[in-house]
Design a protein around this ligand. Structure first.
Ligand SMILES: Cc1cc2nc3c(=O)[nH]c(=O)nc-3n(C[C@H](O)[C@H](O)[C@H](O)COP(=O)(O)OP(=O)(O)OC[C@H]3O[C@@H](n4cnc5c(N)ncnc54)[C@H](O)[C@@H]3O)c2cc1C
Length: 503
């Protein structure tokens, strides 16, 4: 039997996706597989993507990265969640905090008890029961696995970081693990006659790079997956209408917030991401409802620190590649699809694509059954994330601009319509299989955007009123006490992971 093992992996692209792929594959596959990464400094990288979700931390032990050293290298800060402004109505504020809400009691999740209690006018809001939200509101942070010896889980966190520096950090790490980097521009993709597999890439320099498996991390252009293999793209703009962004750094401000801000604007929203050395800002908007000039003016008028550059324009179409794995090519990052950055899911999708690829790692025949399974799982993950992001636009009572009126009226995917109806009628939300966002995430956004369920679970009527008050009061007290013991976020960064001052 001939040896069909994959011996040569070629990665095209040196953005976050490319260097994450290089670092993870080098670690997992070892020296038996030669890994080459082609990137073009002339083309450059997108270089935004500064907010993450907690799963990114799983990469550190796998890659052997020390968290403090990483945060130091990327000017990183802590992210405990997202603070949403003006989404349900102008003036509204709510959190999508990572981590749990309260504690379950008996068979029921916490929120049903909270729904029962909120009939009372003096009921504290949902986020009094979220350690993450309470710590974020107080600008405090420490690594905390549990709250004392109670059943309450500690803080669940992710990072904000400088996207350029994160790529560079992984590159240094991958270089050390003998990934060969090739500087150059791919100008031609050679396909094999009999089955259309990619055989080799030709660079502008004339060099040819052959491989068994090709990882397309070439960004929006999808050089291999689309340019060569014509895989097709599913456009979701009718559900996610924003199609442009302006990104711009501004001076650091105090306090150093351990959370992202997502501030709704008249035709989109603005992000604020606090880093150690600056704040990352961006205005994501829908070009059908606002001009580029107006969008830039809104962004510049709403910075909380001095602008450090001109706004940088970016264009995108929310959607996904029809197949992320086609023949012997797997697309990751922007080459595989993009959903606007509202819930910071893109870098995570690179990571989950890589773990799927490793679980299904093929031989040189790239069995179509493996590719089909990979694509099925990828689609499931994308579609559930899409639904979650669409929820933020759909569940609005804003009618102060044509954009928000459009969003409130637009049809939504059936899967989301089902979740919404179930929640409205019963107060229940169920996480489907291993979809990314948890019940706690869905609940915070649904309740934060004023969806009022008609009832709660009948079992929540079990405890007496006094028992319920005591149960809720104890959780609030535990959360408040735990937060009071935490240090300031800025102090945590300064003491544990401050980047060296520029020379
Ligand atoms: C406005 C905006 C905000 C975002 N915010 C977030 C966020 O907060 N959180 C998050 O997780 N994600 C975010 N993202 C997504 C995130 O930026 C990307 O997922 C991430 O940067 C990965 O990009 P990439 O590596 O796929 O592509 P790119 O960064 O575009 O890299 C493409 C690479 O391919 C190379 N290349 C292209 N063509 C050729 C060629 N012909 N020859 C050789 N090399 C070539 C380029 O040189 C480059 O190295 C955001 C995206 C946008 C647009």
């Amino acid at each position: 039997m001939s040896d069909a093992r994959i011996k040569r992996v070629v990665i095209v692209g040196g953005g976050t996706a490319g260097w994450m792929a290089a670092a993870v594959l080098a670690r997992a596959l070892g020296p038996a597989v030669e890994i080459r990464l082609i990137e073009s400094e002339e083309i450059g990288i997108v270089g935004v993507g500064e907010a993450t979700i907690p799963q990114i931390r799983l990469l550190n032990p796998f890659l052997g990265l020390d968290e403090n050293a990483l945060l130091r290298a990327v000017n990183g800060t802590i992210k405990l969640g997202i603070r949403f402004h003006d989404w349900g109505r102008l003036g509204d504020r709510y959190w999508h905090a990572f981590g749990d809400l309260g504690l379950p009691l008996g068979l029921l999740t916490f929120h049903h008890y909270w729904l029962r209690s909120r009939a009372r006018s003096d009921a504290p809001d949902l986020w009094a029961y979220s350690l993450n939200a309470a710590a974020a509101a107080a600008n405090r942070f420490a690594r905390l696995d549990r709250v004392g010896d109670t059943p309450l889980t500690g803080l669940r966190y992710a990072y904000h970081f400088d996207a350029m520096l994160y790529g560079r950090y992984l590159r240094r790490h991958s270089d050390a693990r003998s990934v060969r980097r090739i500087e150059g521009k791919v100008v031609d993709v050679q396909l094999r006659g009999e089955d259309g597999f990619i055989e080799a890439l030709r660079l502008e320099s004339g060099e040819t790079v052959a491989g068994d498996l090709f990882i397309d991390c070439s960004g929006f252009r999808g050089l291999l997956i689309e340019g060569a293999l014509k895989t097709g793209y599913e456009n979701w703009q009718h559900w996610l209408p924003c199609d442009r962004a302006l990104a711009l750094p501004s001076a650091r401000v105090e306090p150093l917030r351990p959370y992202t801000q997502a501030l709704a604007r008249t035709a989109g929203w603005q992000w604020r991401i606090p880093l150690q050395h600056r704040t990352g800002n961006g205005h994501v908007y829908c070009s059908r409802f606002i001009s580029d000039d107006e969008a830039a003016a809104q962004l510049l008028a709403n910075l909380d620190g001095e602008a450090l550059a001109e706004p940088r324009p970016l264009r995108f179409v929310s959607g996904m590649r029809r197949q992320a794995w086609n023949r012997n090519c797997v697309a990751l990052g922007l080459a595989s699809g993009f959903m606007e950055p509202l819930e910071s899911t893109s870098i995570h999708l690179v990571q989950s694509g890589l773990s799927r690829l490793l679980a299904m790692f093929p031989d040189r025949h790239c069995d179509p059954a493996l590719a089909a399974e990979y694509n099925r799982q990828t689609r499931f993950e994308y579609e559930r994330i899409r639904d979650f992001i669409v929820l933020h636009y759909k569940a609005t009572e804003r009618d102060d601009s044509p954009f928000w009126r459009h969003c409130a009226q637009m049809p939504v995917p059936d899967t989301l319509a089902h979740k919404l109806e179930l929640f409205r009628r019963t107060g229940s939300v169920f996480r489907e299989a291993d979809e990314l966002f948890t019940e706690a995430g869905w609940l915070q956004v649904m309740l934060g955007q004023r969806i009022a369920p008609a009832r709660y679970h009948p079992l929540a009527d079990g405890p007496s009123a006094a028992q319920l008050d005591e149960f809720l009061g104890q959780i609030r007290a535990l959360v408040a006490h735990a937060v009071s013991t935490l240090p300031d976020h800025a102090r945590f960064i300064e003491q544990q992971c401050a980047a060296p001052l520029p020379a």
